[in-house]
Design a protein around this ligand. Sequence first.
Ligand code: V07
Length: 261
Amino acid sequence: MVLKNFFNKTKCEKKIAEESVNLEVIPSHIAIIMDGNGRWAKKRAMPRIAGHHEGMKTVRKIARVADDLGVKVLTLYAFSTENWKRPKSEIEFLMSLPEKFLNDFLPEIMERNIRVQMIGEKEGLPEHTKKALNKALEKTKNNTGLILNFAMNYGSRAEIVNAIKKMMIDVQEGTLNFDSITEETMNQYLMTSHLPEPDLLIRTSGEVRLSNFMLWQLAYTEFWFTDTLWPDFNEETFLEAIQAYQKRNRRYGGLKGEEMY
Ligand code: V07
């Protein structure tokens, strides 16, 4: 495994040297609810958008360390369908972040062989945001490394309803047999059909809710919560989450599937 830059970060080095993180048992798919950007800004008497901007820097940091560790899929909840209720000026700023992020980071994304993908309703996004996203999806589509998957204008219940509607159309058209519908059929109709289920869900900032995020896909996922605000989240906190995941897996290691839940 090629571990780049992040080995220089001494505290991570320590965790790895102590073998408290096992580099052989890294979760394949990590999903993150990146919460606490507004609170981070408020604490500093800064506008909320300053927190979002700082949060974007954390995205870059965590994408790098996930890539270095050999994570296969990193799904980040960047914008929920609920987020449209926020003030217009804040939404406008948020919708400029994909462009900003990709302008700065796309060369490194290419260098690292990272593939950018998204889940959510792309059609609901402003034209300029869609354009930046499409460019990144297209440019990175043949990359074979980490899948950096952004949930944008995403809501899990809407995703499930859409999946059911598509299934019903296919049943009506005769391309799907009603009696052969299983859980696996449902998987195939969700936006995550091409991805493994998340092994680990992280939510920052002390909130302990799913907020309409990947409800179907998280059925067997390990959850890890931290009080750390997203802009303060770093390589070390990320390793802490992975470490917790590994500890739990070791505990369940001896049991048969049915006893694990
Ligand atoms: C956003 C920064 C992270 C904290 C959460 C809210 C604010 C990166 C992106 C992004 C999205 C798509 C893409 C490349 C980058 C992003 C939004 C908000 C809407 F292809 N950060 N970030 N998008 N925040």
